[in-house]
Design a binder for this molecule. Structure first.
Ligand code: DX5
Ligand code: ZN
Length: 218
């Protein structure tokens, strides 16, 4: 059985109190950090200086999700800032193979993200080059959106492709993951769960991390 990793999205944390909110989720497997540039998605969040500041206050794995144009230019700097995982969007990358290799050369895991309407099959031959596939289960840009069930067949197909490939590639889902939807995701094959509003909207965020992980591992 695959262990389920729960990665709270800091997008739903209090940006004026990031360190405090990070300290509220000590059992997180990673901190998911959403970088948005107001071009690839219609929202603007944070960039390299804030990632460097987060790095300085936590030893927890940083899982960067770059929702930006031209990741070929910007992504390697996030690996150099000490992020253990850097994920860029297939729709935005000009040279995804070269970019993945640049990220790995800097010691980071390389992740490839797909929007809900982007099929996974064209990327099957890239699996050697990545450590994680991120499947968006909402349109990227905002937290607190409703999980798109139409993404479930793609999660299954991605799990089958990863199984056929044979490598240890994480399959991450991002968007609308909650107590209500976690079992669907894991049953379809996801083993890395991003959850923003579900975790930080809970009275006890760290207990919510544990509950989501337990449902995934059940
Ligand atoms: C949305 C971001 C997500 C977001 C998820 O574009 O990529 O990581 O924070 O938020 P929830 O879990 O609230 O859907
Ligand atoms: Zn994200």
């Amino acid at each position: 059985p695959r262990p389920t990793r729960v990665m709270p999205s800091l997008l739903s944390a209090d940006f004026a109190n990031l360190q405090r909110d990070i300290e509220r989720i000590p059992s997180a497997d990673a901190l998911h950090v959403d970088v948005m540039d107001n071009h690839f998605v219609p929202n603007l969040t944070l960039g390299l200086p804030v990632v460097e500041a987060i790095r300085a206050v936590t030893p927890t794995m940083l899982d960067l999700h770059l929702m930006i144009e031209d990741p070929d230019r910007w992504a390697p700097a996030y690996a150099e800032a000490g992020a253990e995982s850097v994920t860029f969007h297939a729709e935005a990358a000009a040279a995804p193979v070269r970019l993945s290799r640049e990220l790995r050369a800097r010691g980071a895991r390389a992740g490839l993200a797909l929007r809900p309407a982007t099929p996974v099959e064209p990327y099957a031959d890239l699996l050697d080059e990545v450590d994680m596939l991120l499947l968006m289960t909402v349109e990227p840009g905002f937290g607190g959106q409703k999980f798109l069930d139409l993404c479930l067949p793609k999660i299954r197909r991605a799990r089958a492709l990863i199984g056929a490939h044979g490598g240890d590639i994480w399959l991450q889902v991002d968007g609308g993951v909650s107590l209500e939807t976690v079992e669907r995701c894991v049953e379809a094959g996801a083993d890395a769960l991003v959850a923003g509003s579900a975790v930080f909207g809970a009275d006890d965020p760290d207990a919510m991390v544990a509950r989501l992980r337990a449902l995934g591992d059940a």
